[in-house]
Design a protein around this ligand. Structure first.
Ligand SMILES: O=C(O)CCC(=O)C(=O)O
Ligand SMILES: [Fe+2]
Length: 370
């Protein structure tokens, strides 16, 4: 997406408020207001709803099983129900080796431990959302307790010359390899889903092949009062799917299931896949995007990396045509990918509110009450 087409409401946080990592370097008598959630009491209440994730661990898919005659069918059924009932699952045997994950961890930790002036070389530029720093969508929006680096990675010609190509070379080399492997994993999962959904051959892959992909590295510093802040407020991703890596093995991700926040405990070296809003739309509501958030803790920093699979800029976001019939009318609006992203960035992110905006039912309700 061309940076010039981003909506004007986006505000880039200035240097003094862009790095939480810098903020926590000195003792904090109290937390700055911009991080304190008014709904923190509510958060503590929901916290009490947290049930032990061991009682209901998120589904685990083994990519090797898709290759085995004997296990393939069972694994496909598990995959289908994971996307329908959870919107999130873990993947093992995903193709990224332990050594590569370790190398990536070193590279990303190295990046976040660079002095601020070094990281500022990648800072978000006016009118854009890519780079190091924080973009908020309105002045009254509370900030998350994290530092981010976000960039487009695909198509290659959309990479900003001052971001990916200018990363420290050790990080760039391992990131390149990681991206290739995760791209393979993502496209394999999406082609399996296309079949599961009984979509027309290649309908999904055509919208996605060499489509937009972006990557976000997030650094969550420890917080003296973690109950007052959110590492990453509740949201669903605007993607088709997102592949998440808990880079330094520190937990904090939570997913909402049946109104209850559940901790997501990553198995060591696994990757977590999220269903994003576009997949909920494409599948006409068969699959559900995962509402998720990140909490922080008092003593451990957390680092994650998310790779977002979006559609091609020329593609349309809407329920797959092959799934729509008079008995199964479209539940969501249809729009070009570019407008979809623009509308997404123009609106406050609150849970799954963007998907509600995309929903046709809701529009009808509003129209009929006016
Ligand atoms: O840090 C995480 O585990 C989640 C990050 C996330 O939800 C995102 O980047 O959209
Ligand atoms: Fe997310």
């Amino acid at each position: 997406m061309a940076s010039s087409s981003f909506p004007a409401n986006l505000i880039i946080c200035d240097q003094s408020s862009m790095s939480v990592q810098e903020l926590v370097k000195n003792p904090l008598p109290s937390l700055p207001q911009r991080y304190i959630r008014e709904d923190h009491y509510q958060l503590s209440e929901t916290e009490s709803l947290l049930i032990d994730a061991e009682a209901e661990p998120i589904p685990i898919l083994d990519m090797n099983r898709f290759l085995s005659e004997q296990h393939r069918e069972g694994e496909l059924r598990k995959f289908h129900s994971a996307c329908r009932d959870w919107g999130i699952f873990q993947v093992v045997n995903h193709g990224v080796s332990e050594e590569q994950l370790e190398e990536l961890r070193n590279g990303v930790e190295g990046f976040f431990s660079l002095p601020l002036q070094e990281k500022m070389k990648y800072k978000i530029r006016p009118g854009d959302v890519e780079g190091y720093g924080t973009v908020i969508r309105s002045q009254d929006q509370k900030q998350d307790w994290c530092d981010r680096f976000y960039m487009t990675i695909n198509p290659i010609h959309k990479r900003k010359p001052y971001l990916f190509p200018k990363l420290p070379s050790s990080l760039r080399t391992i990131l390149d390899l990681y991206i290739q492997k995760v791209q393979n994993l993502g496209m394999t999962l999406l082609s399996l889903l296309e079949k599961e959904l009984k979509m027309e051959e290649r309908e999904m892959r055509e919208a996605l092949e060499d489509g937009m992909q972006s990557l976000r590295m997030t650094y969550y510093p420890p917080c003296p009062k973690p109950e007052l802040v959110m590492g990453f407020a509740a949201h669903s991703d605007s993607s088709v799917i997102t592949i998440l890596n808990e880079v330094n093995g520190v937990s904090g991700l939570e997913v909402k299931k049946n109104g209850v926040w559940l901790p997501v405990n990553f198995l060591p070296n696994s990757l977590v896949v999220n269903v994003g809003d576009i997949l909920e739309i494409m599948s006409n509501g068969v699959y559900k995007s995962a509402e998720h958030r990140v909490t922080v803790n008092t003593d451990k920093e957390r680092i994650s990396m998310a790779l977002f699979f979006l559609a091609k800029l020329e593609a349309e976001v809407g329920p797959a045509k092959s799934l729509i019939s008079p008995e199964n009318p479209p539940l969501f609006k249809r729009m070009g990918m570019e407008k979809y992203l623009n509308d997404y960035f123009s609106r406050k992110q609150q849970g799954k509110s963007f998907l509600e905006y995309m929903s046709i039912k809701k529009e009808h309700v509003i129209a009929s009450t006016m």
